[in-house]
Design a protein around this ligand. Sequence first.
Ligand SMILES: NC(=O)c1ccc[n+]([C@@H]2O[C@H](COP(=O)([O-])OP(=O)(O)OC[C@H]3O[C@@H](n4cnc5c(N)ncnc54)[C@H](OP(=O)(O)O)[C@@H]3O)[C@@H](O)[C@H]2O)c1
Ligand SMILES: [Fe+2]
Length: 378
Amino acid sequence: MFWLKTRIVEGEGSLESLKNEARNHERVLILSSGSMKRGGFLSEAEDYVKEAGAETMSIAGLPAEPSVEAVEELLPKVREFQPDLLIALGGGSVIDTTKALKVFYDAPDLVFEEIAFIDRFSKPKPVPKLKTPLIAVPSTSGAGSEVSAASVLKKGGVKYNIVTPEIAPDVAILDPRLPRRMPKEVARNSGLDVLVHGIEAYTTNVAGPFSDAMAIRAIKTVFEWLPKSLEGDAEARARMHYAATMAGIAFLNARLGLAHAMSHKGAWMGPHGLLNAILIPYVMKFNAERSEYARKRYDEIARELGLKSAEELIQAVKELNEQLGVPKLNDLVDEETFTAKLDEMVEKAYHDGLIAFNPVEPKPEEIRKLYLKAFYGE
Ligand SMILES: NC(=O)c1ccc[n+]([C@@H]2O[C@H](COP(=O)([O-])OP(=O)(O)OC[C@H]3O[C@@H](n4cnc5c(N)ncnc54)[C@H](OP(=O)(O)O)[C@@H]3O)[C@@H](O)[C@H]2O)c1
Ligand SMILES: [Fe+2]
């Protein structure tokens, strides 16, 4: 099966489509990050909603890499305003926060620990039908949350997923004016997340022909356009913006693998996309050595890029990381803290739900070795 719940509106200036989308709604809540307010996009969005005849309230300054606590803090404001439409204006962090707010606003009896995928060996409680529609307007080109069915939240420095079609946005508005304002580092980190989404979605054990098409197109776009995007090239920024959503469509269907399991469980170490970029070459080597299927799939990606083999692809990913100045894990955290947290990360990554989709089921000792290799940059 291949599915996509989200209606996608794209193009320069497409934020204006909020005028249509907000029609027939009474109270519209816009959640946004600080940069969207500073850049004037929040007030532009508010104007469109008002033109549609709806009352609007905004909450700006939502945090990056959101936690369960951040969602709990915002929830009373949402309940008080009683919106009948939610608009998330920001990066993956804002979209994920808004998705979680939708869950607890529409279904106040639910508890995060009961509905999140905490452990792949036990099933979470199903999320019932949720009523408030959600529009996602991504300002980064990375997470793919504007089409995905997941909300990723931190609890104690570790990330867990809520996954249900109920939180997949109803509409995604892809206006390339927004990501053009991303600082270079945000463009790099989120752009490399697109690469890892593409590579992992192409190699899971549930990948299919339609998710493959989206994944390959996203991977090719990253290699061709991400470096130019970091130089501020306007066309490159637009291409990366669409590629991010394509990769999102790929992993919505084909899911993700070991690199994401490990980055989620090491979330305290740094930004999501950056951790994935650091981990992916090690995960690819591990998968390719143990699985004929994984090797064949990496070979296919390599050929699409004009390379010969899985080995050349892994090398190309490492070179892209170097070219874009991706640090080593031990530049991000000190050895003592890393060593103290290693057991917990290994244990939790081993229990992460995404391991079930990775082409190889790793043993805890193997996950430990991968974290250590990534830390020492071997
Ligand atoms: N749900 C999913 O399917 C999924 C998939 C992958 C990743 N994720 C999650 O998504 C999060 C990462 O999202 P992200 O990579 O999109 O980054 P982000 O964490 O949403 O944004 C990073 C920073 O970039 C700034 N920023 C964003 N857009 C900007 C713009 N247009 N101009 C200037 N500054 C901008 C924001 O600063 P300000 O605060 O100043 O605005 C923010 O602090 C992680 O928590 C990750 O776990 C979710
Ligand atoms: Fe990701």
